[in-house]
Write a protein that binds this ligand. Structure first.
Ligand SMILES: Nc1ncnc2c1ncn2[C@@H]1O[C@H](COP(=O)(O)OP(=O)(O)OP(=O)(O)O)[C@@H](O)[C@H]1O
Ligand SMILES: [Mg+2]
Length: 302
């Protein structure tokens, strides 16, 4: 459904191409993972698909075809129309993506105001439907709340609702769970799986977190310095990475064992610090307050 052919993006103020000739296909109904080091060109790739490239600040070439329509070179008006209808976008930080002065439900419905001729009542009904779909409890009353009244997880659900309210066929997700804690992250992943399965929305899922990609994506592409260095079935790549950079990424994934070791080391260091601080303060054994501060800290370590 989406085909990128030999995409190049060169920002005028940079000496190296942000995207240096990538080709990528997202098939109907699939979730494709896109991973790679910081600055490797993942977001610029997503922005190119979403029509959000600052066109005056860069040169770009290649093709991005969505169901046969060219997205990269289309005129602004056509592009806006296609994006409103076919592509939804979700970025990392829901708090900064939401307008603090606008009701949550209105933000979800906003894209309908721009791209459809629905009246206010229809827009509200569609927004409530999308909010229910992303499992926001009591969407009717949530509609009239403001972003600060929602938790981080709820805000991200609201952002996903605003991306799918128009029933897009493709969702671009750029680090959508990075700002969330582990439990909420897991819930959002389940939600994305459900939307993919039940609403038949294809997805490009950008993440630093290979474990997350492994849970969600059947296929993955690995980027480094503007290029895709490896691409294929996620499980295959995890088991037999070919490119040195992919091997490095997979070796760097914390295992349970290494996480336990790091936690143990941190705990020992904290205990030593607390003892030293207490001795320095009193010339005696660690005080009760130093010990309890240590316990609190430990509770916070994951
Ligand atoms: N508007 C811009 N003007 C100039 N250079 C840019 C612009 N946006 C991105 N770049 C550059 O393009 C390159 C790719 O950036 P991009 O944001 O796509 O990386 P990324 O893979 O998404 O990294 P991260 O994992 O940190 O989000 C970087 O060198 C970045 O500095
Ligand atoms: Mg990025």
């Amino acid at each position: 459904m989406l085909e990128i052919r030999d995409l190049h993006v060169q920002f005028h103020n940079r000496d190296r191409e942000a995207v240096a000739g990538i080709s990528l296909t997202i098939r109907d109904g699939e979730i494709l993972g896109l991973v790679g080091e910081s600055g490797s060109g993942k977001t610029v790739t997503a922005m190119s698909i979403a029509g959000l490239l600052p066109r005056k600040q860069c040169d770009y070439q290649g093709d991005i075809l969505l169901d046969g329509d060219d997205l990269l070179h289309a005129q602004r008006a056509l592009l806006r129309q296609m994006h409103g209808k076919k592509i939804g976008v979700v970025f990392q930080d829901p708090m900064s993506a939401m307008d603090p002065l606008m009701k949550v439900g209105e933000q979800v419905a906003e894209v309908l105001r721009i791209h459809t001729d629905m009246d206010a009542a229809q827009r509200r009904a569609e927004a409530v439907r999308a909010m229910a779909l992303v499992e926001l409890q009591d969407p009717e009353s949530l509609y009239d709340k403001y972003p600060h009244e929602l938790s981080g997880g709820m805000q991200q659900r609201a952002m996903i609702a605003s991306a799918i309210v128009i029933r897009p066929s493709l969702l671009l997700l750029d680090e959508p769970t990075t700002a969330l804690d582990v439990t909420i992250q897991a819930q959002i992943l389940e939600l994305l799986k459900k939307l993919n399965r039940e609403e038949h929305i294809s997805m490009l899922f950008i993440s630093h977190n290979l474990n997350v990609v492994r849970k969600l994506c059947a296929r993955v592409a690995v980027m480094q310095r503007g290029l895709i260095v490896e691409e294929g079935e996620t499980e295959k790549i995890f088991r037999h990475p070919q490119h040195p950079y992919t091997k490095h990424l997979i070796e760097a994934i914390p295992t349970r064992e290494s996480a336990r070791r790091v936690k143990g080391e941190r705990r020992a260091k904290k205990a030593a610090e607390a003892t030293a601080a207490a001795k320095a303060a009193q010339g005696a054994a660690p005080s009760a307050s130093a010990a309890s501060a240590e316990t609190r800290e430990e509770g916070g370590i994951r």
